[in-house]
Design a protein. Sequence first.
Length: 93
Amino acid sequence: AVPLHTPGTPFQNKVWAVLQSIPYGQTRSYKEQAISIGSPESVRAVANANGMNRISILIPCHRVIGSDGQLTGYGGGLWRKRYLLDLEVKWNS
């Protein structure tokens, strides 16, 4: 594995570390991500940290969706988020 340099706050780095643990072809909600870092009430802060991710293919923020299962914000556009998720499901099966 290649170590990643992720300049960010300690909170952002915690959020990004959890992003890297989401398995290929799977998704998590922002709420699940907040719970996994021990901050269940920090859903908006988690979403903001995801948005600050500057290497989104290596730190896969496209795998995070709304708690209702809907796609939500993605810097590359929701069409690209859908494409990446569909691609991962296709190659993971």
